[in-house]
Ligand binder design. Structure first.
Ligand SMILES: Nc1nc2c(ncn2[C@@H]2O[C@H](COP(=O)(O)OP(=O)(O)OP(=O)(O)O)[C@@H](O)[C@H]2O)c(=O)[nH]1
Ligand SMILES: [Mg+2]
Length: 423
């Protein structure tokens, strides 16, 4: 068997209505599969840190959390999403990285409890790298009426089909995360079954380690006196310690004047971390913490500028732009699309990778409606690193209204002086 460290990476996200046991499942996977490798075991308390506490020890996840474990085939980066605050950009941005989905429901509520927001997340995942989904029917210890479980399974398959994921082919596992976590052998087996299903039917999308490096940044952290760490995922290319890279994009920080928000700087990768391990090379599909060293004259200021939405790219391989054309399918009304006709010019939020910016969308089609596929000319308020063929989301009032693809970048690139060729 391949050693855990050398197994290919796979990003998996759990999606489901609130309080179905997503975080408990994540804790059970970590407890049962973590010790098989060098992955750190993360418990329920740690996963729900920052959550909303209720009586009876219930905790509602607020922020998306990452954990790591391995199956026989994969090294899995697991994203535990919240059930309720699903429309926050902090939930949507990491979901654009998911390569597989575990839909968590319970027999009592079934997939019908999933309001439009679960469908919205499934559509976003299906529009990006997700090709397969697995259904985990949780809390079967509480409610094992076979009719209810069958109904929940059927509803889950219908929901997946409606969201562009193959519901008929999706493996369905009947289990219970809480007794598995507390050591009940019968239910532990359901967690191992889930791991087997992940091995059996998930496939990673094609990855290109030789292409020019591209990573999108999800978060920035500060290290006192040294600089910042950018939490990012390699979409293509390879990054080694000591490699030079460009960090570019728009920093949204209220302390920065609008003209200071554009960033293009060249740095050297000082160190790389994958979860708790120090690594010396990052390959496509991997989540990394990249240390962005600060220069002596910047000191503590650098960390403020490293944030969600920036791009790490091979030197001179990408440029920032504000305008492009995009082909967008406006979601139909029953998919949660915009309920009224849209004007020929309207404003909305455009999400590409982890970046999200205000934008004006223009089209020559008179009154585009929900369900239409329309060619738009998009003008962003702040520039992004844009290439043809990239997938984008159109959101309005925090609600997904369109799924699209960049057709062609337009207009001049943003000329920003590169800030210091050498750190
Ligand atoms: N009986 C039983 N209870 C469970 C099971 N799994 C989770 N629970 C309980 O269900 C409640 C919710 O669990 P969480 O894991 O926090 O649910 P969640 O889906 O992460 O919730 P949100 O983050 O709010 O969406 C907790 O009180 C758990 O103890 C299970 O398999 N059986
Ligand atoms: Mg949770």
């Amino acid at each position: 068997m391949t050693p855990a460290r050398l197994r290919p990476p796979l990003t998996v996200a759990t999606i489901g209505p609130p309080q179905q046991g997503k975080t408990t499942l994540a804790a059970a996977l970590s407890r049962l599969l973590g010790p098989r490798s060098d992955a750190r075991v993360v418990d329920y308390i740690e996963l729900t840190r920052g959550g909303k506490y209720y009586r009876e020890g219930k905790v509602e996840t607020q922020a998306a959390r990452w954990l790591e474990y391995t199956t026989e085939t994969w090294r899995i980066a697991h994203l535990d999403l919240a059930g309720r605050t699903t429309r926050a950009i902090t939930q949507i941005a990491p979901l654009t990285w998911a390569e597989a989905i575990i839909l968590v429901i319970s027999p009592a509520s079934g997939a019908s409890a999933a309001d439009g927001r679960v469908g919205e997340l499934l559509r976003i995942a299906a529009h990006h790298d997700t090709t397969r989904a697995i259904v985990f029917i949780n809390q079967c210890d509480r409610d094992d009426d076979p009719e209810l479980v069958d109904l929940a399974e059927l509803e889950a398959r219908v929901l997946l089909d409606a969201c562009g994921l193959d519901g008929d082919e999706a493996p369905v596992i009947r289990g219970a995360a809480l007794p598995a976590l507390t050591g009940d052998d019968r239910w532990k087996r359901s967690i191992f079954e889930l791991a087997e299903a992940i091995d059996r039917c998930l496939v990673a999308p094609p990855r290109d380690p030789t292409a020019p490096l591209r990573m999108s940044v999800l978060r920035g952290f500060s290290i006192a006196g040294q600089g910042a760490v950018a939490a990012a995922r390699i979409e293509r290319g390879t990054l080694r310690i000591g490699d030079k890279f460009d960090l570019l994009g728009t920093t949204h920080h209220r302390w920065l004047a609008p003209e200071d928000r554009l960033l293009r700087t060249r740095r050297v990768a000082a160190s790389l971390h994958a979860f708790d391990r120090v690594v010396d090379v990052g390959r496509p599909g991997e989540l990394l913490g990249v240390t962005v060293p600060a220069r002596a004259d910047e000191g503590w200021r650098m960390w403020r500028r490293v944030c969600r939405g920036l791009t790490i790219a091979a030197p001179d391989s990408l440029a920032l732009r504000r305008r492009f054309t995009a082909c967008v399918r406006l979601l139909a009304a029953d998919e949660g699309g915009w309920p009224r006709e849209l004007a020929e010019v309207f404003t909305s939020q455009v999400v590409i990778g982890t970046a999200s910016e205000g934008a004006t969308l223009r089209t020559s089609t008179p009154t585009p409606r929900a369900g239409d596929t329309v060619l738009f000319e998009v003008s962003l308020v702040y520039p992004m690193a844009i290439l043809g063929g990239e997938r984008l989301l159109v959101r309005r009032h925090d609600r997904l209204i369109g799924l699209g693809v960049v057709v062609e970048p337009l207009g001049p690139i943003e000329v920003i002086e590169i800030d210091g060729a050498e750190p």
